[in-house]
Design a protein around this ligand. Structure first.
Ligand code: MTE
Ligand code: MO
Length: 334
């Protein structure tokens, strides 16, 4: 194979770091005794084949155009759509980055029901059509920073979670909001097999403090690049919390519940010393096994188009959200 490497794009030590991290995240799972050696081996093989996959694989899922207004955030260079829909974490469909695109195409997201319940005056359920029609849709171009130290810039379509919460009318006891992904092992091979699903306890669950959930940046996303969400990105509706590590942005949500107490969250259950409840992007607080000071921004195509940049506090959204944490020690509450 002939590979042309231009000076500016050379593969250096830094640019492979997040792949190492990915393996090390999986290794931790394995050490906890959740995963067979076979799975780990298979994964490292397909990981090597991953670069070529981005450019060759056709899109097979169906999307629909959406009507929205755009915030036109011009400083951010968007990650190409092809990358956003082919480099995914969605362990319900497998733990390799390419598994969700390969295995989620038959995922049936219509009909769908999203139920709001718990400490609120107006518990209710949204059907599939409500998801794109109940609230005016906006485009929000956000940075997305995975805890594995790669990042993208994604043009999401959605509506503020605050609009949905106001409709549910939480009462004064509601201090936290819990989210739950669909549980359907017949459709989600990772839920049917511990090996495929990486040892995660399903359904995938997440949570926010209610003031975080009400922050205007917090989005319920129903689309990207002007169209409905592909299944691998969390169709038909997922959370986007741009100042937190990507694992907080839970996909394919069926339940939202208002609680008096902090809910358990998936990665915190799996490895509490490594993944906290808050998970605010913080270059000064290292993961126990790797630094969070920089990240690989996924921009244009191919294995060699790698871009190492400094990670920003709160992923660049400090002006909007730092005040939420003025009484919190962010080292202890990582
Ligand atoms: N239900 C569910 N939600 C999930 C995940 C998952 O495995 N299952 N992975 C999380 C992680 S680690 C990241 S980085 C983002 C990835 O979102 P994307 O694939 O749309 O980029 O989804 C998050 N939401
Ligand atoms: Mo992530």
């Amino acid at each position: 194979m002939l590979i042309k490497i231009s000076k500016s794009n050379q593969l250096n030590e830094n640019s492979v770091t997040d792949e190492n991290i990915y393996h090390s995240r999986r290794k931790a799972i394995k050490q906890m005794g959740f995963m067979g050696a076979g799975a780990l081996l298979a994964s490292s093989f397909s990981n090597q084949a991953q670069a070529g996959f981005f450019d060759d694989e056709p899109e097979t899922f169906k999307t629909t155009k959406l009507n929205f207004t755009s915030d036109n955030n011009k400083e951010l260079i968007k990650t190409p759509e092809k990358k956003i829909i082919s480099h995914n974490n969605f362990y319900e469909f497998g733990t390799n980055k390419t598994d969700p695109q390969e295995k989620a195409q038959q995922f049936n997201t219509n009909p769908w029901q999203l139920t709001l319940s718990g400490e609120c005056d107006n518990p209710h359920t949204l059907d599939y059509d409500d998801l794109t029609k109940a609230f005016p849709l906006e485009e929000r171009i956000y940075r997305m920073r995975c805890v594995e130290a790669w990042s993208m810039v994604i043009p999401w379509i959605g509506f503020p979670l605050a609009s949905l919460i106001k409709k549910a009318a939480p009462n004064s006891k509601a201090k936290y909001v819990a989210f739950e992904t669909l549980y359907d092992p017949k459709q989600m091979p990772g839920q049917a097999s511990r090996r495929v699903g990486g040892g995660v306890k399903y359904p995938y669950v997440e949570g926010l403090r209610i003031d975080e959930a009400m922050n205007p940046l917090t989005l319920m996303s129903v689309g990207l690049y002007g169209k409905t969400l592909p299944p691998q990105n969390g169709a038909p509706i997922r959370l986007v919390v741009p100042w937190k590590y990507g694992f907080k942005s839970i996909k394919s949500i069926v339940g939202i519940k208002f609680l008096t107490h902090q809910p358990p969250t998936t990665w915190n259950i799996l490895a509490p010393k490594e993944y906290g409840f808050y998970a605010n992007v913080n270059p000064e607080v290292s993961h126990p096994r790797w630094s969070q000071a920089s990240e690989r921004r996924i921009t244009t195509g191919g294995l060699f188009a790698r871009n190492r940049i400094a990670t920003l506090p709160f992923n660049g959204y400090g002006e909007e959200v730092a005040s939420l944490y003025k009484n919190l020690n962010l080292k202890n509450h990582f």
